[in-house]
Design a protein around this ligand. Structure first.
Ligand code: V47
Ligand code: SF4
Length: 371
């Protein structure tokens, strides 16, 4: 078989040959095999991940037209990797009112925007009803917009603050107009590492429980993993394994987004950042390990346009959206692009130049336009 020759099959050790055969035969990889994948040559991983991605998505690469709204960076927690959170009245803090947000949304009335992504800090004074009214207000202005909002960590707090159980709270938010949930707050599930980087907020079990309850309530979601800090490669695969198990149960995840730790202005700055080789390996291995996920996303405002374009040959089939310049979470952590935004023409060119086919999608991956 040609792919065997292309990745020098004969040079692989016995374990790696077995892994290769499992991938070609569409068999599920174990945690140990996932960890071993990090020892493959980068080019071989790219070939295998691209092969698997083509089976799932052919040459399609998806993007959507969206904006990000970050209502506040005031947060009761102090995650060690976070460059963004501030306390009430601290310099650099912001809290937009619902009116401020509705004014911003009105600018997008009568445009072809399809999604509004809302994520922020865990504000001590804002509960489910506050955010519910925000969602309702947005939908009054743009009734057909898809609202993907609030990480599991924000949901956990706002639902408890309003005195609801998890499932009641999610259903209430759905009534207000919530359509799906983004993937943030997952960080790294391994308990001892999670304790060291974000010991105050929702636990791994709670994150998984909230996504499971959301799927049950008819709210699809995304999943993330924050990597490249103090975790090791086994912790990453164990994290993917938990997501794969939940996806087997609910099939409620749309996409997986590995988030590379960015070092500027936070308490883990001393660690530095992993290089592009490691970033590409994580994408490829995620594509191979998460056999029940349809999509792997590279979030370009964090990684930059160049790395995102290369990632399209390492298992990635989604590059998020136009974003406008509405997100600060990565610019404050040192992302190159301090005002991230790409026009549709630029997004399409980035994809087409990589030899793939650009597809404008809605949040649920229905095709809106092929380029
Ligand atoms: O949970 C915080 C991460 C996440 C840093 O679902 C950092 O489509 C790197 O959820 N370096 C929030 N990462 C962002 C998020 C998201 C982003 C894009 C798309 C989607 C989606 C979701 O940002 C947090 C945390 O894991 N984060 N600080 C940092 N210094
Ligand atoms: Fe708060 Fe989220 Fe930052 Fe943690 S990552 S401190 S929960 S804003």
């Amino acid at each position: 078989m040609l792919i065997k020759e292309l990745l020098s099959f004969e040079k692989l050790n016995a374990t790696q040959k077995n892994i290769f055969n499992k991938i070609i035969n569409n068999e599920r990889l174990s945690i140990e095999e996932g960890v071993e994948l990090f020892n493959f040559e980068l080019g071989s991983l790219g070939l295998l991940a691209n092969y698997r991605n083509k089976q799932k998505n052919s040459d399609k690469v998806y993007f959507n037209k969206n904006i990000h709204i970050e209502p506040t960076n005031i947060c009761i927690y102090s995650c060690k990797f976070c460059s963004y959170q501030r306390k009430i009245n601290q310099e650099g803090s912001w809290e937009y009112s619902i009116d401020d947000i509705l004014k911003k949304v009105t600018e997008y009335k009568n445009t072809d925007l399809t999604e509004i992504h809302i994520v922020g800090g865990v504000h001590p004074k804002r509960d489910l009803h506050y955010y519910g009214e925000m969602i309702r207000g947005i939908k009054n202005i743009i009734p057909n917009i898809h609202i993907k909002a609030f990480t599991a960590v924000e949901l956990d707090f706002m639902i408890r603050k309003a005195g609801f159980s998890l499932s009641e709270g999610l259903l209430k938010l759905k009534e207000y107009g919530l359509d799906s949930i983004p993937g943030g707050g997952a960080e790294i599930f391994e308990p001892s590492i999670r304790k060291q980087v974000c010991d105050e907020k929702s636990t791994s079990e709670q994150w998984l429980e909230i996504h499971e309850a959301a799927h049950k309530a008819g709210l699809p979601s995304n999943a993330t993993m924050l990597y490249g800090h103090i975790e090791n490669r086994k912790h990453r695969i164990e994290h993917l394994d938990k997501l794969r198990q939940l996806q087997d149960k609910t099939n409620g995840f749309n996409t997986f987004i590995p988030l590379k730790f960015k070092q500027a202005n936070n308490s883990l700055s001393y660690i530095g950042e992993v290089n592009t080789l490691e970033v590409l390996k994580v994408f490829a291995i995620s594509r191979l390990y998460l056999d029940n996920f349809d999509h792997i996303k590279s979030y370009w405002p964090m990684l930059g346009k160049d790395v995102t374009q290369i990632a399209l040959s390492f298992g990635v089939d989604d590059i998020d959206g136009t974003i406008d310049d509405t997100t600060k979470i990565y610019s404050m952590a040192g992302a190159q692009d301090q005002k991230p935004s790409m026009t549709t023409v630029e997004l399409v060119q980035l994809i087409n130049d990589s030899g793939k086919k650009a597809i404008q999608r809605d949040t649920l991956y229905n095709t809106i336009k092929e380029y």
